[in-house]
Design a protein around this ligand. Structure first.
Ligand code: PLP
Length: 384
């Protein structure tokens, strides 16, 4: 087997062919390439298509059409949610953000930036399996707290936070709640109508849509949530996010979400079986360990390590298997994983850990191959 085996779906996914086909209808003179802000015929037709896409996305999320705002990706949505709230509500009495140390860098670095403006960031410790400690959260929310930002599914270890319960706590304590749902949209059904989530972010490229498009969900409630925009200009997206809407990207995202949603249960069951098979057939390798929890985690992500096996060496040996030594962003800039660090792993164990993430095109044959390769190369590295 010389072709590439892609097992890094948590970092990005390829566009589904059906998505690409749809997108092609909005780019050239043969299609609706108009500017949706223009009042001419082409602009109106284009706007109509965008609004239909917005309705479809809203229906799948159990939200209202007016609650969906298009951005360029999850990172932008997260920045807009957190900075947008802080710029609007920050004052001498309100200056705390609560988050966890296992968030994506998009959240952590946004919070870091806000520190310079005098915002205080409180990091809630996770349990030893990497789930937010709700009792601690309850204790830590005080009058000065403005916002809680917590991810649904962790992108490095797959652990799942109970965002429904966290939402209830936030509502009771009267603080805003933002969820980074980038690893769950398209894989988990959420009904936002039934949850106390004020803001929610995600990117299309994690569910077989194009890169460069995302959503920020903003709950419609009383009193109205006022977000300060980051981009000023033509006033698109009700003034919250100026800039000509990327029609083809939006259509691509809604098409991708519809396809993912249609198969959501069946696909999760299929992947669950593959993950179980994988773990069962490697767990007896001497020195192997699992990061996070197997039970309370997404079937799409597994993070494992093998004592005394340097992840970079293992990845070099298994060159045609595309996996990750930690999250994609981390492996560029930071040479260690803040998520594994906050789980309490030593530097040595972090450097022995790999993330494998499964997806739509993952087959049983690929998993069998991966199992075989892991057994072979761990033995080989140990003998050398
Ligand atoms: C991928 C990811 C992001 C960032 O998404 P971009 O598309 O790069 O902006 C944020 N949070 C989580 C949990 C992710 O997995």
């Amino acid at each position: 087997m010389n072709k590439l085996i892609y097992l890094d779906y948590a970092s990005t996914t390829p566009i589904d062919k059906r998505v690409l086909e749809k997108m092609n209808n909005y780019l050239t003179t043969k299609g609706l390439f108009g500017n949706s802000s223009s009042s001419n015929y082409l602009g109106r037709k284009t706007k109509n298509e965008i609004e239909n896409a917005r309705i479809r996305i809203a229906n799948i999320l159990g939200s209202k059409q007016e609650e969906i705002f298009f951005t360029s990706n999850a990172t932008e949505s997260i920045n807009l949610a957190i900075k947008g709230i802080i710029y609007s509500y920050f004052n001498n009495k309100k200056k705390y953000i609560i988050t966890s140390s296992m968030e994506h860098k998009a959240v952590l670095e946004t919070c870091n930036f806000l520190k310079k403006l005098g915002i205080k960031i409180i990091y809630i410790t996770n349990s030893n399996i990497g789930v937010l400690n709700l009792n601690l959260l309850k204790e830590k929310i005080i009058n000065k707290t403005i916002l809680v930002s917590v991810m649904h599914i962790n992108n490095e270890i797959g652990t799942i936070n109970n965002i429904k319960n966290i939402g209830n706590i936030c509502k009771k304590k009267n603080v805003f709640f933002h969820v980074d749902a980038t690893q769950s949209i398209g894989k988990y059904s959420l009904n936002l109508k039934k949850m106390n989530i004020d803001l929610l972010s995600f990117s299309a490229h994690k569910f077989y849509g194009p890169k460069g498009i995302g959503v920020l969900y903003v709950k419609k409630k009383k009193p109205k949530i006022i977000l300060t925009p980051l981009l000023h200009g033509g006033g698109q997206e009700k003034g919250l996010r100026s800039g000509t809407l990327a029609t083809h990207q939006i259509i691509g995202m809604s098409t991708a979400l519809i396809i993912a949603d249609n198969e959501i249960k069946k696909e999760k069951e299929r992947i669950k079986i593959l993950k179980k098979k994988f773990w069962n057939e490697i767990r007896n390798i001497p020195g192997i360990f699992l990061n996070g929890s197997f039970k309370n985690s997404s079937p799409y992500i597994i993070n494992i390590g093998c004592k005394d096996i340097f992840n970079k060496i293992l990845m070099l040996e298994m060159n045609n298997i595309i996996i990750s030594s930690s999250s994609a962003c981390n492996s560029n800039k930071y040479n260690t994983s803040h998520v594994l660090k906050s789980l309490g792993l030593t530097k040595e164990l972090i450097q022995s850990s790999i993330r494998i993430s499964f997806g739509r095109f993952t087959t049983e044959k690929e998993i069998i191959y991966l199992i075989k390769e892991l057994h072979f190369f761990i033995k080989k590295i140990r003998q050398s």
